[in-house]
Every structure is written in structure tokens, then in C-alpha cells.
Design a binder for this molecule. Sequence first.
Ligand code: HEM
Length: 511
Amino acid sequence: MASLVASLLSLFKPFNVFCGVGAYAFWKIFHALYLSPLRNVPGSFWMRISKLPMFIADVRGTERDFMLRNYERYGSVFVMEPRKVAVCDPDDCAMILGSHAFAKDQKYANVDFIEPNVFLTRDPELNKQRRRQIGPVLSAKNLKKMEDTILDAGPRQLVAKWGQVADQGKICYYYDFMLMTFDIIGSLGFGHAQRSLTTGDRRIAHWVKRSFMLLFLQAIAPIAKSWPFKRVLAKSLYADANKLIELGSRAIEQRRELLLKEADANNKPADILQAFIDAEDPESRIQMTKSQVVTETIIGLLAGSDTSSNTLAWTVHLLLMHPQHLERATKEVRAVFARDHTITYEEAQESLPFLEACMFESLRLRPVTSNLPRCIPRGGVVLQGHFIPDGHSCSVSIVAANMSSRVWAHPYKYLPERFLNNNIRKKRVLTFSTGVRVCPGRHLALMEILTTLANILNAFDLKLPEDSLFGPERVDKQTGLPVLMPYSYAITCAPRFPDRDCNVVISKRKD
Ligand code: HEM
């Protein structure tokens, strides 16, 4: 036995290790350049042989630049990892997202601190059933019934808060939007008014952030599910996620008690919690269990708060960088609505086409979502003339597809006018994805974003602080376009230095 160990150890002499590593590297390169089915697909040498370039971009949070740079260099399909291609052509993206055959990547299913749910499942049948249950709850028609709750937790709360600090210097809009979107989904999903924006109580926001981190960690590193992580290394993450789950469970109990006390069973609260409890799959007549309702509510919070608040933050930033559009949007709002009026979604959609166009242009130019990873189905697929066999995967690049010059003239310019009276163009923005797993929360997000923008422009004049690092006059030497604040990707594309870059001076509307 001892001699066996000794001879094994002797293999690890520096020379042998060097030869082993060299042979492995040679094989990787030889395979990538001459044998891989992706060898004729455009892409850089390093991306062909290693996942490292993409990994570095992920870790640095520079995914957007990475995708756009390679898209500009290599075109609509390129190798982004040894067994993965990036898909950037809008039609290819729509084809892939249009079918359950391109299943979500295994990473989604690695997450197991919550039950299988509409977002993370790779099982088309579960996804379809859940979408039949929750889809109608989040439809534009049904959200109308919840609009008062949305406006109370959202724009009304924000306008009231800003009203108290207006004309007193600059404020950071990033955190206010973040807390406001938590409050909206929290109020709808947990059944009682969340007011973290006003009270400053960030506990739920903190638990949501921590659950997000846990989700991300489990997705990319399944080892995070092992005992040492659960009990020691990531113990506090698990504890915070559990607090959120407990909050959801308590909300259901409280709702049951409330309904038992209520004499009139038809007078149920109009919110997501109640609608999820009552939701029924019209095909199987199956309703969700208590823990499924909790899980789907939490998924809504995770998927819907940062995405909406960051879109709002980018839109305000883009408007401040383009004062002509800010002025036009402000005038449009004030030409129609009195100062103290709370503008509803329907009113905004009817009367504020330019502001709505600004929102869609922000969604296109600064999508908060980026790569949607999918598996290539059996039989493979042909993309831009390249055959990609099964066993490989692809990533739909929303960032690149939204910049396709085939679809968008001057793609890097902020041109809201392109969406005026053009509903077809709005559908070509891929930020909410498209097809079978299109974002079911998009109507809620659009309602939150548009009503918030309309109501703040109606109540306040917005101006860049004097000491702002960014402004309309600071333009890129090559493109002549305003330089935008830096971003960072941690699942969603967020301003990198919100305390420094997301400030605005607000004053109350005079006229
Ligand atoms: C600006 C705001 C939002 C953006 C940009 C956005 C974007 C997206 C995208 C790109 C996907 C597809 C993800 C994938 O395929 O991996 C998605 C899925 C999803 N979103 Fe959103 N979303 C937003 C707001 C919301 C809101 C407010 C909710 C819920 C209340 C929500 C709930 C969901 C759910 C449940 C899914 C999973 C759908 C499925 O896999 O079938 N999202 N969203």
C-alpha cells in the first residue's frame, strides 16, 4: 500500500505535471480549432478554448459591454464559451424563445431553497400549468382592479415623500425607486400596505436582496446547497431567505383569518395574494398549495422589484442626459393634468404618448436583463447558416438584439420618437423576453414605471445637480452621444455608483 502511494505521488513531479497540463492545453486548443462542431462559428480564440472571458465579464459586472463588443466584432452568432453560442439576431432570438424545445439552462434548476416555480422550472408542463394559474392574475385587465393599491404604494407615496424634501437640494432617486417597487409588489403579494419608502424600514428589501443572492449562488455553484454552506458559510443567507418565506406563510394565514371573519365572501381584497390563493388552472382545475402561493409571490418579488426600479432609474438618467426629451415629456404631462391629480395608467396611456415612448426607448437602450441561457434541443438548430448540435447551449442576448441595426436605425441613440404611434416597434423590444416564457409581470412593470414617471413629472421639475459627473454636454468623442453613468450587472443591470450618479434636484411645479 505504502509503495503504491509513493509511486502515485512520484507522478506529481514538476516535470510530469508540466507535461500533463501541456497535453491538456494542447488537446483543448486542437479540439476547439479543428474538431469542435463550433469551429466555423465566429468568435475569439480565448472564448473557444475557455469559459474564462465570459466568467471575468460576469464577475466584473461588464456583461453588457462584453456582449456588444463581440456582437459588433463577430456578428449575430458567435462562440461565447467552448460549448455555447451567443444569439443576437432578433428573429433568431424570437425563434428560440418561442418554443419550449429550447429548455432553460440547468442553472435555473440548481436553485432549491424554494419550491419549483414558474420562473426556475425547466419542465414545460409545470411552467404551462403555473402560467395558466398566475397569468390571468397579472393580466392588464386584472391589474386594473389592483390599481389603487399600486398607486398608493407607488407614485402617491413617492410624490408625498418627495414633496417634503423638494426645494432642499438633491436627492438620490435610485433607493427611492427601489423601496417603492418593493412596496408595490409587497403590498400586492403580502396583503397589507408595505411602506418601506416612507418608514425607512428596509427589512423586507434586505431579505429580498439576500434571497436573490442565495438564488444566484445556488444557480452558479450548487455546492452552496451542501451542509457546510447551509449551516456555516452561507447560514445568514439561508436565514434571511427563510424570513421571507415565513413572511409569505404568515400573510396567507392572516388572509384566511380575515376571510373567516368577513361575512361577505365576495368582498375579497383585490391583490395578488388573494388572486394567487384563488387561482385555478382552467385545464386541470388544480389550485396552488399554500407553499406554492408563497413561492410564486417571492419569485414575483425577486423578478419584479429590481428590474422595475432599475428601469425607472435608467429612464430618469436618460431623460436628464437628454433635456430636450425631458422638457417635451414634462410639457406633455402638464398640458393635460392638474398639479394635484394622480395620473392613472389608462390616463397615461391615452394622453402621454411621448412619455410612454421614452419608457420604451429606455427599455430598449438599457435593458436591465441581459443573457437568457437555453439548451439546444435534439436535432440541433441552424443559426445564421451555422449548425449548432444538441448537447451545446446558447444564450439569447437581449442587449445585442435590442441594438440590431437591421431593426433599429441609430441603435445607440436615445430616440423616443421611434416608438410614437408604433405599437409594432414596442413589441420588438426584447427586454421582457418574448414567446412561451415571456415575462408575465410585464403589465405590472409597465404600469408602475409609466405612472411613476407621469406623476413625478407632473408634480416636480427635475434638474441635474451642479456637481453631477454626467450631463448632456459630456459626450463621447467618437459617437458624439452623452456618456451614460457606469453600470454593473448582478443579474440585473444597475447603476454602478448610485450614491454618486443617481442624484437629482427636485423642485415643486410652479404653474
Ligand atoms: C422592468 C421590469 C421587468 C423586466 C425587464 C422583466 C424581464 C423578464 C425577463 C427577460 C424574463 C425571462 C427570463 C428568462 O427567460 O430567464 C422574465 C420572466 C419572468 N418575470 Fe419579469 N421582468 C420585469 C418585471 C417583472 C414583474 C413586475 C414580475 C412579477 C410580478 C415579473 C415576473 C416574472 C416571472 C414570474 C418570470 C418567469 C416566467 C417564466 O419563466 O415563464 N417580472 N422577466
